[in-house]
Ligand binder design. Structure first.
Ligand code: ZN
Ligand code: ZN
Length: 427
C-alpha cells in the first residue's frame, strides 16, 4: 500500500488528530513534527481524492483523547516545578496512559500496519514537551545524566521533577588526631543516642563515637550552600582515625542530594569550610565535579607517602638505619593479611612495592621515617614485620623490635595519572 492509502486507512478509524496520524510515519522525512506529517498526509489525500479538506480537532481524537494538544501545558508545568531551582540540563520522561497505548495498537492493527509502525506516543511526548521546556527555561536536553529529570504521568496528571546530585571535589588535610573521615555512628545505640528511653552511656547521647569527622566539617557547609537535602562523602581511601593527613591532602568528593544550587563560588566555600573546621581539618582545591569523579576518587590506583615515628627495642646507629632504608627502597614486600585487619576479610598474601624509604634517628631508639609506597602497602607492618607476616621489614632487616608510634599520611597521588583531570570537572 502507498503512504496515502495507509493514511486513509488510519483516518477512517474515527477522528484521529494530526499528531496521532503522523506518528505512524514518524521515521519518514526528518525535520517534521508528527502533527506536520499528519496534516500533510490528510491534505495530500484530500487533493488526491479531490474531496473537501476536513481538519480534525485534537480534542476529539479517539487515540490520544486530546493529550497531543497539551504539550505546551505540560512544558509550563515542568518550568514551574523548577522555578527556583538552578539547572542547566534536563530530560523528560512520560508515563503514557495504558488506554492510549492500547489505542495506538488498535489504530495500527485496524489499518493493517505493523503494530510498531512509526514511534510510541510517549517518545513524541518526551520530545515535544522537552523542546518546549528547553525554550521556556533556557536549558539543554541531556540524555545521559541531566540535572533534572521530569516525569510526566499523563493519567495521574502529575509532574515530578527529580534533581540529580551535584558534586564538589577537593583535597583535605586532617590536622588533629582521632578524627574519623566519615561520621561514625555509635555501635551501642546504632547512632540514635538512646538506649531504650535513657541517653546512651557509650557515646554520651550524641549517637556518634567521635564528635568530629572530616565529613562532619565539610558536608553540612556544602549542603547548605547548594541548598540540598543530604550529602555523601566519598574519599580516595582513608587514613586511620589516629593518623594525620598532611602535605597535599587526600582527594574527596562531596555528593549533594537534590541541590537547588549548582554553581557555587568554590573559593568562598573553601573559606567557609576552613573557618568552620577551625584548624582541625583544612580543604583546598575545591572544584565543581562531574558524577564520574566519584568513581575516579574511589577507584583510581593511588600511591601513598607516609611519615612514621618509630621506636626500636635496641639501639640503632645512623649507618644501620640508612642501610636498612636503602634496602627497603625499591623492594617488593610480601604481606600476609595483618592481625589487626578485619578478620571477615579473606587472609591472603599480597605483594606491594616500596618506591622510596628515607629517615633519620632522633636518638638511638627513635626515628622518623618517610615511606612512599604502592596503594595497599601496610606501613605499620612494614616497620614491625607483624611477627613474620610481612617480609622484608624494617624490624627484620635491623634484627630488633620496631613499632610505629605515630603515623601520618603526607601524600595520596594517582599511580599513573593525577586525580585532577579536567574531563572530570565542570568548571
Ligand atoms: Zn491524538
Ligand atoms: Zn551511643
Amino acid at each position: 500500500m502507498s503512504i496515502l492509502e495507509d493514511a486513509r486507512a488510519l483516518a477512517e478509524s474515527g477522528p484521529v488528530c494530526d499528531a496521532c496520524l503522523g506518528r505512524a510515519f514518524a521515521e519518514r522525512s526528518f525535520g517534521l513534527t508528527n502533527a506536520e506529517r499528519g496534516k500533510s498526509l490528510r491534505v495530500a489525500a484530500a487533493l488526491d481524492d479531490d474531496e473537501p479538506y476536513e481538519a480534525v480537532d485534537t480534542e476529539d481524537c479517539w487515540v490520544c483523547e486530546g493529550a497531543c494538544a497539551e504539550f505546551d501545558d505540560w512544558a509550563e508545568r515542568c518550568a514551574e516545578a523548577i522555578e527556583d531551582v538552578e539547572v542547566e540540563t534536563y530530560q523528560v520522561g512520560t508515563r503514557a496512559p495504558p488506554l492510549v497505548e492500547e489505542n495506538e495498537l488498535l489504530l495500527r492493527e485496524g489499518a493493517g500496519l505493523p503494530e510498531d509502525a512509526g514511534e510510541l506516543f510517549k517518545s513524541e511526548f518526551n520530545r515535544e514537551v522537552g523542546k518546549r521546556v528547553g525554550r521556556l527555561t533556557g536549558t539543554e536536553v541531556d540524555f545521559t545524566r541531566p540535572d533534572v529529570q521530569f516525569l510526566l504521568d499523563i493519567e495521574a496528571d502529575t509532574v515530578e521533577a527529580q534533581l540529580n546530585s551535584a558534586f564538589v571535589y577537593g583535597r583535605y588535610r586532617k590536622l588533629a588526631r582521632d578524627i574519623p573521615q566519615t561520621e561514625w555512628p555509635c555501635r551501642e545505640c546504632d547512632g540514635s543516642g538512646y538506649k531504650g528511653k535513657e541517653p546512651c552511656d557509650y557515646c554520651g547521647g550524641s549517637g556518634y563515637l567521635y564528635e568530629d569527622s572530616v565529613e562532619g566539617f565539610v558536608a553540612p557547609v556544602v549542603t547548605d550552600v547548594m541548598d540540598g537535602v543530604d550529602a555523601k562523602f566519598h574519599g580516595a581511601g582513608r587514613e586511620d582515625v589516629d593518623a594525620l593527613m598532611l602535605g597535599t591532602g587526600r582527594p574527596f568528593v562531596v555528593e549533594i542530594m537534590e541541590p537547588r544550587r549548582r554553581t557555587v563560588d568554590v573559593e568562598q566555600l573553601e573559606g567557609d569550610i576552613n573557618a568552620m573546621a577551625d584548624g582541625e581539618i583544612e580543604v583546598e582545591g575545591l572544584r565543581l565535579a562531574t558524577y564520574d569523579m566519584v568513581e575516579r576518587v574511589k577507584k583510581l590506583d593511588a600511591s601513598k607517602e607516609y611519615r612514621a615515628a618509630v621506636e626500636f627495642d635496641d639501639d640503632v646507629t645512623d649507618a644501620e638505619l640508612a642501610a636498612a632504608l636503602d634496602e627497603l627502597t625499591g623492594a617488593t614486600i610480601e604481606q600476609y593479611t595483618p592481625n589487626r585487619v578485619d578478620h571477615r576479610r579473606a587472609s591472603i598474601t599480597r605483594t606491594r612495592h616500596v618506591y622510596d624509604a628515607t629517615g633519620d634517628l632522633e636518638d638511638p631508639r627513635h626515628a622518623t621515617v618517610e615511606i612512599h609506597g604502592e596503594g595497599g602497602l601496610y606501613i605499620k607492618e612494614l616497620v614491625s614485620g607483624d611477627e613474620g607476616r610481612t617480609n622484608p621489614s624494617l624490624a627484620g632487616i635491623l634484627d630488633t623490635g620496631a613499632v610505629v608510634t605515630a603515623l601520618d599520611v603526607i601524600a595520596v597521588e594517582g599511580e599513573d595519572e593525577p586525580f585532577e583531570d579536567d574531563a572530570f570537572f565542570k568548571d
